[in-house]
Each structure stands twice: as C-alpha cells, then as structure tokens.
Write a protein that binds this ligand. Structure first.
Ligand SMILES: NC(=O)c1ccc[n+]([C@@H]2O[C@H](COP(=O)([O-])OP(=O)(O)OC[C@H]3O[C@@H](n4cnc5c(N)ncnc54)[C@H](O)[C@@H]3O)[C@@H](O)[C@H]2O)c1
Ligand SMILES: O=C(O)[C@H](O)COP(=O)(O)O
Length: 628
C-alpha cells in the first residue's frame, strides 16, 4: 500500500512563516511598516494556535501586506537560506520519494513551489493558495475559491485529494492536526524543530524534533547514522553550563544535575544514557555499567579518573575522556597561596584579629623564599608547581615513579624517602591509583623534618589521616593544607566530618583545588568537544582507556567503528566480510592495547544490511557503530 507524507511549509519545511517574511520585506520602508508587520505576525500566531478562524486571519494579513511581485522574488532568495536543517540534510530523501511527498500549506504557491522543487518535490504535489496581482504586479488579493483559503482548508484539500493508502501529516500548526482530527490521516507528527506549540504537541500522535526522527522511526533512508536528539546526555555534579549548551547545540538531549548520584541512583538514571558526564564524586562502578546498555562514552569533567572503573568501561567498549590540563593552574595557585599562608600562620592570626586580639609578632613566621619544596608526583600539576615555586625563590626537589625531566633548577630525588628527609614543604601531586593508598603514613611522617609544612591537594586516600592528625598534634608538622579527603560529603548539605577539624594552622578546603571559574569553564568546553568528536568521527585521541586513534576527516565515505577483544585475526575477518561483499576500503586504521583492539574502516557508500550484520557477528566483537 502506498504511503503519503504530507508536509506543511511555513515553520516546518522552512524555519519561518513565509507571509510574515513577505510582510517584513514589503513593509520595511513604509512609515507604519513596523506596526503592520507586528500585527501580521500576531494574526499568524493566533491562527496557528487555532485562536482565530483561518479565513479571517488570511484575509486580514493579505490586506495589511501591500506587497509586489518583486518582493516575492526577494522572499524566495531569503527562504532558500531558511530551509529547516533536517529537511536540508535529507534532500536526497525527497528526491527518492518524490511521488510520496505532498505539501499542503495555507501559504502561497508563488513562493512555495520555487523552494520545494529544488528538493525534487513536484509542483503538482504542492497544494497552496495563490495571489491575485494587478497589471503592475501589486498583490491585490488571493484566490478565495481555493479550498486552502477556507476555514479548515487543509481538511477540505486533503479530502478532495482522496488519497488511498497510509497518510502521515508533519506540521507545526493546529491546522495540520485538523487533518488527523478529521480522520483523513493515520498519524499527525508535531514538528518542533523550529517552534514548539503546546496546543499542537498536546494533540500529536508523536512529537517530532526533526525530520531525521521521522525517517528513523519509519526506517526510511536518512543522511545521519542515528538521530542526534536520541543521544541522551546526563551531566552530574554541576558541571559548567557551557557543557550543556555545547551538547544541546549538537542536538543532544541533556539533563544537568547539581549533585553526584550514589550507585543505586546512578544504576537507575543511566539506563537510557549515551553520554555520562561526572566530576570526582560520582563512582562509575561495574554495577553501574551493568545497567548502562546505551552508554557510548564517559566524560570526567576533571583530571582524576580513579572514580571510574576504567577496565570495565574498556571491556564494554565505552570510551572515557577527561580534562587533563584545564584546572592544573588553579591547583598550583592554591598550593602556592597555602604554603605562604601556612608558613606565616595567617589563618590563626586572622582569626585572632577578627576577635579583636592584636598579636603582632614574627615568631614562627617565615618566607617561602629559599626553602626546599618537595613535590611528590611530577606530572602536569607537580611540574607546573615546580616552575612557579622556583620563580618565587624556592629550591624544588621532586620524586616521581616515572623518570621525568627536571624543569629549571629542580632536583630529582631517587626515592620518596630522600625527598621527605630533605624538604621544608611537602606537596602531594600523585594520581589517585589504588596503589597510592596511604602513600604517606606514620613511617613517612616520621622521615620528614621537624616543623615541615604538608599539603595534599591530590586525592584523599593517599594520606593516612590518623597519622597526619597525630603528627599535627605533636607539632612535628607545623601546618597543613588538605583539600581532599578519604570520604567527602556528597553535596553541600551533608556535614563534613573529620578529625582534622579544629586543629590549629590547618587549612581545610572542600575539594576546590580545581574549582575556579576559569578552570570550570575550560573544562566545560574541552570535555564535550572530545566526546562529540568521538561520537561523530570515532576519534579516541586522548581517551584514558581506549587505544588512541586520531583520524583524518571522513570524506564521502561510511565509517565503520569496530571495537573487539584483542585476539588474532579480527582485522582479517573484517576485511574478508568486506571483500566478500565487493566493498572498497578507502582507509583503515587499527590500534590495540593488551586487551582490546579498535579498527576504523572507511568504505564506499554502497553496502547492504547483510554487511553490517556479518560485521557485528564477528566473534569477540565488543561494540560496532557506523557513521555517515
Ligand atoms: N584538588 C583538586 O581539586 C584537584 C584538581 C586537579 C587534580 N587533582 C589531583 O591532583 C593529582 C595530580 O594531578 P596531575 O594532573 O598532575 O596528574 P598527572 O597524572 O599528570 O601526574 C601524576 C604524577 O604522579 C606520578 N606518580 C604516581 N604515583 C606515584 C608515586 N607513588 N610516587 C611518585 N610519583 C607518582 C605519576 O607518574 C605522574 O607523573 C591527581 O591525583 C589529581 O586527581 C586534584
Ligand atoms: O580530578 C580533579 O580534577 C579534581 O579532583 C577536581 O575534581 P572536581 O571537578 O570534582 O572538583
């Protein structure tokens, strides 16, 4: 049975209302133009909402118009630039289904036909009003006998067409819905790509964010591999709003929550999610991942990724990205500031002064200049701190388990013990891997100098808090700054409980080392871009758990992304499938680690569904995606 797709023109095929735009063009230089344009727009709006009769609205708008034939030419040029994006990208669909697509519009043929015919829609399939002109080309009215000039004109027109088969109506207005209400259409799809009218969506069988969705649900050929609005993004822990805006601009559906979720909550929330964005507090455990059937990628909107079960993500073909640099400077600045505050005992003095106590004295107040700073972990933050501290006159010592190049005059220590014995200040900047649990405990504090200043802005579990408290109480440690804790409150409402509370010359901060406007904004831009690149191109460049592949742009090709267990012969099997279907490989990229492999193959456009099925069936396939 034949199916017909009836598409509205104004605010559906194009993003704008044709008659309103014609008024804007025709009236732009007339003295009362502004008021008349506003009046026309108001009447259009009320008509679309079903608040005034269509025939009255049309009569009134054309009366206010004062347009000329030349204005229509100008309007056509403008409308060509305003075709709805999803219509534009699916041009090929209209060409292929020219016999099935009809335009039924209350607009005017004079501007509709030139626009839609460029998409292969036949002029005889366009049903719309037509203007009447005088001999000078002025619009003096319209053909009032046209069915579409009547109230419920679309209903009358569709009835007159007497179509046999399935009829689907796509439109943004109430008059489009009326065809369904009259029993002339099987389904009404409220098209919301340009405008969402509650009175219309409430009546719809289906709300259509764009044409891709219609093509997707009807399994019709489309120009994207998957409608983007079907991609759900869940952002937790109050990540910067820029991230939400970037994902929304890409067309994804985004939910942004202020707090972290616990395991049970996340197990529930993650079911339909394709992209998860978190910070340091959300644990992405194996159990959470069991419930994450649709998850394609995780973005850590921070540096640390120890809160994510990276291995399980890898085994499930879920790529994880983080922001390895965006907040490093913020941490460095805080560490420098805290070293000065602690060595001058500023917080104690400030508190006393607030209480009215004037304690002017230099005892136990020192400069940082010339002192030895021991940096444990010489990565992105440790090495940056080294440069800034040296610029302030400190002598820098560092220790890293990996052989690192010393910056400036920094001195490399051969062991942690050597560093701890030497340093006046010890600052931790190691990553949060499990083996670093209690890296600093009673033994290590024992090795440190009397009166040392100690900083942990890395991860809470790295320090044995009991030992730290004991050494602060004995005075062995003269001051400490702690930003990260073995247990941190889930949100700002939960009380922070720690034995460190109330100790003198101890700066406690609520894990805000990277919490600056600048850092959060940078992260909010950086991470979404990595995730979007992965979704759109398959690029795993800078992923923390997947073999890294950076790819050239995909040109006139379909891209097959195949993640598999790293066993022998997978590439050969992929190529065998392609060869047996006479598919030409335009480019191929492979990267493996010990456990998984990632192959990206660009192929000619032509292929059958069997190819996809065969590729998915290759043994040890973890995940398979197609991009086009
Ligand atoms: N407080 C905050 O808000 C905040 C902000 C950003 C980063 N961080 C944390 O700061 C830490 C450092 O971040 P980064 O970006 O510099 O990480 P990084 O990965 O660039 O550097 C970590 C370095 O530590 C070294 N290392 C690991 N274990 C070690 C050990 N036992 N002994 C010596 N060296 C060891 C690594 O080889 C690496 O060079 C991380 O734990 C990160 O999560 C905290
Ligand atoms: O890993 C990080 O970057 C820091 O610990 C900051 O984490 P946050 O974004 O949760 O503050």
């Amino acid at each position: 049975m034949k199916s017909y797709i009836i598409i509205d023109f104004d605010s559906t095929f194009t993003q704008v209302e044709g008659l309103d735009e014609l008024a804007r063009i025709a009236l732009k230089n007339t003295p009362d133009g502004k008021e008349r344009i506003a009046q026309i727009q108001q009447i259009t709006h009320e008509g679309m909402e079903g608040k005034i009769s269509f025939a009255d609205a049309l009569r009134e708008r054309v009366r206010l118009l004062s347009a000329h034939q030349n204005h229509i030419s100008e309007l056509i040029d403008f409308l060509k630039t305003k075709v709805s994006p999803s219509i534009e990208r699916n041009k090929q669909f209209f060409k292929q289904f020219a016999d099935n697509v009809l335009i039924i519009s209350s607009g005017f043929r004079e501007f509709i036909v030139p626009i839609v015919s460029e998409y292969g829609i036949k002029p005889e399939n366009v049903f719309a009003n037509s203007f009447l002109f005088d001999e000078n080309g002025n619009i003096i009215g319209y053909d009032t006998s046209n069915l579409l000039a009547q109230n419920e004109g679309k209903v009358l027109q569709l009835k007159a067409l007497n179509l046999e088969g399935e009829v689907y109506v796509i439109g943004d207005g109430y008059t489009d819905y009326q065809m369904r209400e009259a029993g002339l259409a099987n389904r009404f799809y409220a098209f919301t790509e340009n405008i969402k009218r509650e009175s219309v969506t409430a009546k719809a069988d289906y709300v259509l964010p764009n044409l891709d969705e219609f093509l997707f649900i009807h399994k019709l050929p489309m120009q994207v591999s998957y409608p983007k609005h079907r991609i759900k993004v869940l952002l937790l822990e109050n990540v910067h709003p820029k991230a939400k805006a970037i994902f929304e601009k890409e067309g994804y559906q985004v939910e942004l929550l202020k707090t972290a979720l616990n395991e049970a909550e996340l197990c529930e929330a993650i079911r339909e999610v394709s992209i998860l964005g978190i910070r340091s507090k959300t644990n992405v455990t194996a159990k959470v991942l069991e419930n994450a059937e649709k998850l394609i990628a995780v973005g850590a909107f921070c540096i640390g990724t120890n809160q994510i079960d990276l291995k399980t993500c890898m085994h499930k073909g879920i790529a994880v990205f983080n922001a390895p640099y965006s907040n490093t400077r913020s941490v460095v600045e805080l560490a420098i500031g805290e070293m000065i505050m602690l060595t001058r005992r500023i917080f104690e003095k400030s508190n006393l002064t607030h209480k009215g106590i004037w304690d002017k004295s230099a005892t136990n107040s020192r400069e940082i200049r010339g002192k030895k700073l021991g940096i444990v972990g010489y990565g992105n933050i440790g090495s940056q701190l080294s440069v800034v501290a040296e610029a302030l006159g400190m002598q820098v010592y560092f220790y890293d388990i990996v052989d690192k190049l010393a910056l400036g005059n920094a001195r490399k220590c051969n062991s942690l013990d050597e560093l701890l014995r030497e340093a006046d200040f010890v600052s931790l900047h190691v990553d949060g891997r499990e083996e670093n649990t209690h890296l600093i405990g009673e033994r290590e504090f024992g090795l440190m100098k009397e009166g040392v200043i100690f900083l942990n802005l890395a991860r809470g579990h790295i320090v044995d808090i009991e030992a730290l408290v004991k050494n602060l109480k004995t005075g062995k440690i003269a001051g400490a700054a702690v930003d990260v804790f073995p247990y941190e409150p889930k949100n700002n409402e939960e009380e922070f409980i720690s034995e460190l509370r109330g100790l003198p010359n101890v700066i406690l901060t609520p894990h805000i080392g990277g919490s600056t406007e600048e850092a959060q904004e940078n992260i909010g831009e950086y991470v979404p871009q990595k995730l979007i690149d992965y979704i759109n191109t398959g690029s795993t460049y800078a992923s923390v758990n997947m073999p890294n592949l950076q790819l050239p742009a995909q040109k006139d090709a379909h891209r097959l992304l195949h993640i598999h267990k790293n066993t022998a012969g997978i590439l050969a099997q992929i190529n065998q499938v392609l060869a047996s279907h006479q598919i030409n490989i335009l480019g191929q990229y492979l990267k493996t680690n010990e456990e998984i492999g990632y192959v990206i193959t660009d192929i000619d456009k032509e292929y059958s569904k069997d190819v996809i099925t065969a590729l998915k069936r290759i043994e040890n396939t973890i995940k398979f995606r197609i991009l086009y």
